[in-house]
Write a protein that binds this ligand. Structure first.
Ligand SMILES: Cc1cc2nc3c(=O)[nH]c(=O)nc-3n(C[C@H](O)[C@H](O)[C@H](O)COP(=O)(O)OP(=O)(O)OC[C@H]3O[C@@H](n4cnc5c(N)ncnc54)[C@H](O)[C@@H]3O)c2cc1C
Length: 161
């Protein structure tokens, strides 16, 4: 007899597997179907330039996943089934014509130092963005994790106005 399921989820990229884990946790029998021969969709890495240099191929910042209740609760489960997320202290860099480049690191001071060498004005802009982020981030992140529509959006609008 063909197996039966409570829920069939189409697509094993981000939303599908997250929903599957939560539904399975709630004792639902779930199957996830995926058209591609590889899971994960835009969350993928590969040695595309030189051997042993592993690049993010598509999605690069999974900070909302890292900060989510889902990740706090289920990340052990994800790694048990083969998902390995790696962090870097130097996550982004940009090359410019003429051989110049600039990288963004996790520490604000080191990023400002690098930007300052390239452009004091850009360093000042980065500092302003950082200050804005410090001011709004706790409200912003609570909006991300609230059901929609969220009263937090009104708080956020007031903070940035
Ligand atoms: C280049 C790029 C960079 C990105 N960078 C970031 C980033 O840095 N940070 C970030 O948070 N987000 C990023 N995103 C966005 C992120 O990838 C998407 O928000 C996320 O993939 C949405 O997930 P989803 O599961 O809802 O839908 P989708 O990603 O659209 O997944 C749908 C899945 O369903 C499968 N499917 C479709 N039809 C069928 C069918 N009939 N049968 C079986 N399977 C089917 C598809 O193959 C696919 O795997 C990026 C996206 C791209 C394209």
């Amino acid at each position: 007899m063909a197996p039966t399921y409570d829920v069939v989820l189409v697509g094993a990229r981000n939303t599908g597997p997250v929903s599957a884990v939560m539904l399975a946790h709630a004792a639902r029998k779930v199957v996830v179907v995926e058209a591609n021969d590889r899971l994960g969709g835009a969350v993928a890495s590969g040695e595309t330039t030189r051997p042993r240099y592993v690049h993010d191929l598509f999605a690069t910042s999974l900070n909302l996943l890292f900060g989510s209740r889902f990740y706090a609760e289920f990340s052990d489960n994800q790694s048990r089934y083969g998902q390995q997320l790696r962090r870097s202290d130097l996550p982004y860099a940009r090359g410019f014509p003429g051989g110049r480049s600039v990288g963004v690191s996790v520490g604000v001071e080191s990023t400002l130092e690098r930007l300052h060498q390239l452009s004091p004005r850009d360093a000042e802009g980065w500092q302003q963005l950082h200050e804005l982020h410090e001011r709004v981030s706790s409200t912003l992140f609570s909006v991300y994790t609230s059901p929609v529509p969220s009263d937090g959006l009104a708080d956020l609008a007031q903070l940035v106005s």
